[in-house]
Design a protein around this ligand. Sequence first.
Ligand SMILES: Cc1cc2nc3c(=O)[nH]c(=O)nc-3n(C[C@H](O)[C@H](O)[C@H](O)COP(=O)(O)O)c2cc1C
Length: 365
Amino acid sequence: MTANPDDLWDIDEVRAAAEPTMPQAYRSFVNNEGMERTLEDDIAAWRELHLRPRALVDVSRVDTSVTLLGQRISMPIMTAPFVGSTFVHPEGEVATARGASAAGTISTLSMMGSRPPELVGPAANGLYWQQLYWVRDREVVRDIVARAMASGAAALCLTVDLPVMPAFPRPMREAWLSLLEPWSDGEHAMYTIRDYRDKPMGATWPDPAITWKDLEWLKGLSRLPLVLKGIIRPDDAVMARDHGADAIIVSNHAGQGLRSSQPVAHALPAIVEAVGNEIEVYADSGIRTGADVLRALALGAKSVLIGRPTLWGLAAGGAAGVQRVLQILQAELAEVMAITGAACVADIDASVLGLRSDSRQGKSL
Ligand SMILES: Cc1cc2nc3c(=O)[nH]c(=O)nc-3n(C[C@H](O)[C@H](O)[C@H](O)COP(=O)(O)O)c2cc1C
């Protein structure tokens, strides 16, 4: 039974409503079954950052809006790209786009999603980014970029942290193998597989040979801003900046890529210090509360992305469920902003964490 989204009060409740409705194999995949540790480390690393209230600031109005790559959105929270949305809701990414847009924010469509840019872009009402995997046949990449542009994409987001598919442990591998068939054909088929069937086998698999110099070709395909997703090292952040990225997402794929990856909360400060004044820096992986969003912003991120919470919202209530998840996080963020003395997002700084210096504004505490 679908829950009434308005009755769900935090992300744990959304998850509890969603999980019983999800097919078992997909749920195992989403939960990283057998390799949960990295995601757990991410979640714990955010929570370990304690917050400090600030007294007697006028917070009678709290504004959570931000501008990302020139686009004004209602909150510093976007939805992350993920495969498999139609396993939890028949409209899949179209419903996610509609829900995010209703909440006033951006959704990112996976290139391995089940609903194509032509349906998702219009549903997002201009609040749509297109995620890309660099597959072996460049003409496929070129075509997806053209389709994204024609569908109203505001940015391209190239995922750079999975040059090869990891060898999953048994529970996740079995889940993955049982999902491969529906992902190739029928209502759940990935549009990138379905729409390029005439290409040789392997054309739509990630190309492990690409390097920084290839980015120039991708940049040349459009005038859209380029976001690189999956940066953990400051030296990679510098390379991203030097090779024309407009933004980066500090992410470890929430534990689905490199096992034992450094948590994003630990990686973020050095990356912000290296490039935060020149390109926009976002964060994802394990963000579950408005306080987590505040923590990421306090460490210098301009925005965060949320993956699983979006998916749970979609499973629990379709577009309304996604909207509810975003509104829950926005309301939680507004509350912690008020108690920590931030009337707007620009007021959030590292002092809320009790750290010795504010890497963004150079304030001494
Ligand atoms: C089921 C699932 C599928 C995913 N598919 C993609 C994908 O197609 N492309 C991508 O760049 N990231 C993908 N990711 C990673 C998310 O975009 C994001 O980095 C991560 O989920 C954020 O962490 P969170 O789920 O803890 O919020 C996927 C994650 C999950 C859980």
